[in-house]
Design a protein around this ligand. Structure first.
Ligand SMILES: [Zn+2]
Ligand SMILES: [Zn+2]
Length: 133
């Protein structure tokens, strides 16, 4: 299979899930479609796809990146216990960019906002202890 087809397959895998997968997750899915694909190939293509703006990459705990096939600006919530990352349906606050730009003289293009806490599953299971990054 051609290199570009593998890249398209990887892009479709990330776009086809809401789970903001890690490279390892993408690799296990990709292997179902492309037997023999290597983890290195998956990493390389994820990097190229995020550099070209077709995916977004978010740095997470321990340097593990999570990938997002939805590249329109949106907010995230990340669970402090299990690390799950979900989209938050909340309008992006353009006013914040404007206020910061006005006060600091910096040119703000956009901002990244991530809420932290416990997901519904973790609230219902186990203790209240959380990890801090
Ligand atoms: Zn959780
Ligand atoms: Zn997202």
């Amino acid at each position: 299979m051609r290199y570009s087809s593998r890249r398209e397959a990887i892009l479709r895998i990330v776009q086809g899930t809401q789970c903001h997968p890690t490279a390892d997750w993408v690799y296990s899915e990709a292997r179902k479609q492309l037997p023999g694909i290597s983890l290195g190939t998956v990493y390389r293509n994820l990097k190229l796809l995020s550099e070209s703006g077709q995916l977004h990459a978010y740095e997470g705990a321990g340097g593990v990146s999570r990938f997002d096939g939805c590249v329109t600006e949106h907010y995230h919530f990340r669970c402090q216990r299990c690390g799950v990352m979900v989209d938050v349906q909340e309008p992006v606050d353009r006013e914040l960019d404007r206020r910061v730009a006005e006060r600091t003289g910096l040119r703000v293009n956009y901002h990244v906002l991530e809420f932290r806490g416990l997901c519904v599953y973790c609230q219902q299971n186990g203790t209240e202890s959380v990890t801090h990054e």
